[in-house]
Design a protein around this ligand. Structure first.
Ligand code: ZN
Length: 314
C-alpha cells in the first residue's frame, strides 16, 4: 500500500498546503481509496501522479467544510470523464443530504452508481464497516465538536510462500493440485501419497495496516483503533504550547498525536492537519511540531502536500 497526502492544512488552504485529503493506493488492484475530500482535492489529484479514474471508495471523517467541500466537484468531474464504474462513500449521517442537495441544486447528473454508507453504528458498536475479501475497514468515534470518525484499513494475512522446488523434488506432478497445496489443503496424489499443503508453504505473511485519525482531541478510542498499526496518520493542529486552544477546539497537539502513537504501539506516525498559522515567521513551524512529537514517539514524520509513504508489514 502507498499513502499520498493531497492536503495537510487545517481549516483553510495555504499556498503550500491544501485542506484535508489522503489517498491510499492499492497497486495490486489498480485502485485508489480517498480519506476526506477538502476543497480543491481534484486539483491536487491532477498535480500528483495518482489517477483519479482509479478512485473506488471515499471515507469521510466528519462534515466540517475543510474535509468535504471538494466532494461535489470531484464526483461531478468523475461523471464527466465517463469512465467511472462507481464510487462507494462512507461517512457521518448528514453526508447523503449534503451531497444530494449540492448535486440537485446545481443540476449535476452523476452518470455512475454512487452509494453512500453510514458509519455511525458500525463505529459505535466496533463492527467491521467493510470486508472486501482482502481488506478490512473498521471505524471508531473520535472526540470533536461534531461527530467524527477514524478509519483503520487492515490487509488480511496472505498465505505463505509456496515452495515449488520442494514440491518438484517430491515428484508431485504439476497441475491443479499445486493450487490446492498452495492454499494449505491436504491432497491425495494418484500414487496414493497424502501430502499436507502446510508442509510446502511458509508461515502466513501478515498484511499491513493504516489508521487515519482526524479531527479529534486526544481520546482512548483512537488509541484502541490504532493498536499495532503499521502507519498512524494523526491530526496535529496545534503545537504543545497551544494545548489550551486544542482542548477548546477539540483538536490535537503534536504531543497528543505522539502519545496516541506510543500508547497504541504503532510502527510509524505521520502528523497532518496543521494549523495554517505554522509557517516561517511564526513562533512555531511544522519542524517544531515534529520535534515535539519525536521527543515522545521517535518514528514520526510531518506531512507536506504530495508526500508519499510506503506501508509494508513489519
Ligand atoms: Zn474539523
Amino acid at each position: 500500500m502507498q499513502v499520498t497526502f493531497l492536503g495537510t492544512s487545517s481549516g483553510v488552504p495555504t499556498r503550500a498546503r491544501n485542506v484535508s485529503a489522503v489517498a491510499l493506493r492499492l497497486p495490486q488492484r489498480a485502485e485508489l481509496w480517498l480519506f476526506d475530500c477538502g476543497e480543491g482535492t481534484q486539483h491536487q489529484f491532477m498535480r500528483s501522479d495518482l489517477r483519479v479514474s482509479q478512485l473506488r471508495r471515499i471515507f469521510v471523517t466528519h462534515m466540517h467544510g475543510d474535509h468535504v467541500f471538494g466532494l461535489p466537484g470531484l464526483l461531478a468531474s468523475l461523471g464527466m470523464a465517463g469512465n467511472c464504474r462507481g464510487v462507494d462513500l462512507y461517512g457521518p449521517d448528514p453526508l447523503p443530504d449534503f451531497l444530494e442537495s449540492a448535486l440537485r441544486t446545481s443540476s449535476t447528473r452523476i452518470g455512475y452508481p454512487l452509494r453512500t454508507h453510514p458509519v455511525r453504528e458500525a463505529a459505535q458498536q466496533g463492527r467491521v464497516l467493510l470486508d472486501d475479501g482482502d481488506l478490512l475497514v473498521r471505524s471508531a468515534p473520535l472526540t470533536h465538536r461534531i461527530p467524527a470518525y477514524a478509519y483503520r484499513v487492515d490487509q488480511k494475512p496472505r498465505p505463505g510462500h509456496f515452495n515449488v522446488d520442494k514440491a518438484r523434488e517430491l515428484g508431485i506432478p504439476p497441475g491443479p493440485v499445486y493450487a490446492d497445496l498452495k492454499a494449505g489443503l491436504t491432497v491425495t496424489l494418484e500414487d496414493g501419497r497424502i501430502i499436507r499443503g502446510d508442509t510446502l508453504t511458509g508461515p502466513a505473511r501478515p498484511g499491513c495496516s493504516v489508521v487515519y485519525c482526524t479531527d479529534t482531541v486526544f481520546c482512548e478510542a483512537a488509541v484502541e483503533l490504532a493498536q499495532g498499526a503499521d502507519l498512524l496518520i494523526h491530526e496535529s493542529t496545534f503545537a504543545h504550547a497551544e494545548a489550551d486552544m486544542a482542548f477548546q477546539r477539540q483538536h490535537s497537539t503534536s504531543t497528543m498525536a505522539a502519545q496516541t502513537a506510543a500508547l497504541a504501539g504503532v510502527k510509524q506516525l505521520v502528523l497532518t492537519h496543521l494549523s495554517p498559522r505554522y509557517v516561517a515567521g511564526n513562533a512555531f513551524t511544522p519542524e517544531d511540531l515534529l520535534e515535539e512529537a519525536r521527543a515522545i514517539f521517535a518514528n514520526t514524520l510531518v506531512a507536506r502536500d504530495f508526500l508519499s509513504v510506503d506501508v509494508s508489514p513489519a
